[in-house]
Write a protein that binds this ligand. Sequence first.
Ligand code: PLP
Length: 459
Amino acid sequence: MKLPFAESYKIKMVESLRRSTRQEREEWIKEANYNLFKLRSEHVFIDLLTDSGTGAMSDRQWSEMMLGDESYAGASSYFKMKDTIKEITGFEYFLPTHQGRAAENVLFSALVKAGDIIPGNSHFDTTKGHIEFRKAKAVDCTIAEAFDTTINHPFKGNIDLEKLEDVLKSHPKEKIPFIVVTVTCNSSGGQPVSMQNLRDVKQLADKYGIMLIYDSARFAENAYFIKTREEGYTHKSIREIVLEMFSYADAMTMSSKKDAIVNMGGFIALRSKELFEKASVFTIMFEGYITYGGMSGRDMNALAQGLREGTEFDYLETRISQVAYLGQRLVNFGVPVQQPFGGHAIFVDAKRFLPHLPKEQFQAQTLAVELYLESGVRGVEIGALLADRDPDTRENRFPMLELLRLTIPRRVYTNNHMDYVATALANVFERRNSIVKGLRITGEAPIMRHFTVDLAREM
Ligand SMILES: *Cc1c(COP(=O)(O)O)cnc(C)c1O
């Protein structure tokens, strides 16, 4: 017999979870104004809000914490991180930051000015936030297939090269500081970008003399998909694939809370000494001296070790198989989900789940609230709340996809937890026609409203 799949690690330390009753959850979600970010974590049974900073560190990472060098300048932890980044990505220069958005803040401060245009594949919300905050514009050039959850395309994170070239052609070079490619593409469903597409984008970037930057939070998961789905890469190691991916980029921003499997941390890595020096000024202003940039030495050590573990094939297979396990369970129950399954999450298509609710009543958020009430499982809306208002017209933006994201933390839950989640969502699916009222906004912030928005049940 062929041996079945099994996790590439065992468990050394556990954390208790507490179940709750539906009545308790009714109270808690009301107190939270139907915003799941405002729930206390003790009121959540299985937390699939995000895979950001929620992973379980390994015994080796915890050992590295003890070896941290907390010197203000020139700490050995800094050099450990620098050497690891050089080895894995090939980038000569690097700046630590306290998380991914801080990397964006530092790098964009050096590069983006008002009126600029930044094309990419479905920019992540903080990336878009940092672009729009500087009165520049993010232009989405993702392939059309990404916006139809029923199409099975292996690389739904790909850039549409014609759309991209149109943008590059129709604006002066000075207005386009860089192209940003997000690997994997979080906003389109954790979907990967193929090596061929990275190569083609690089060619266009060179043709127009524009820099190419990767938003790299899940670069290792992207490499896993290249290895398992793209011709010519089956026999290459994850590390070889990662090196080739980054060989086409001029710089990267990284949220280490994802594929570096730490609870906090980030960095910028780049090839140009000149840009490194320019960005260093903003690191010192916003994050700290350039050899710690908002991180403690012990955290830099754990991060370096996490980068090594995060780029191992066996680990990636365990992780991505667990995500696919949940996806397959949901498909078996008939629940509409984005296919193929993403790397870090399953995205439930709320428009197909609750087609009778108007989009103005926030279908995905309504579904997230229903799943929480059913089971204590917390997912997150990736839809109209997240898409926010148009910065110019202040009108609500309704994106093509209204998704409920079930994000799987790394090395944290077992497949029994996945069964619980799938069954809970199947129960909601069975009674979907009885969900006739959605939600309305009662209070919101001027930018990135989804974190703090207040909602009420539609009358
Ligand atoms: C998480 C994330 C960020 C922002 O990183 P933080 O560490 O949360 O600040 C940027 N881009 C992508 C694609 C991400 O997933």
